[in-house]
Design a protein. Sequence first.
Length: 50
Amino acid sequence: MAVIKEIKYRSGIIRIHDDYCKNNTKEDNQKIIDNVSKIIIGYYQKQKIG
C-alpha cells in the first residue's frame, strides 16, 4: 500500500492510498468516485439548508 497523494485539510491530513483502486476495473473505480461524490454533495446540501 503506497500513499499516492496527501492533502492537508484544516488540522488533519487526507492520505490517498493506491490500494483502493489498484485491483479494480475502470467501472469499479468510477462507482467509487460516484458514491463518494454523492456523500460529499449530500453533506454540503445539508450544510446549506441548516
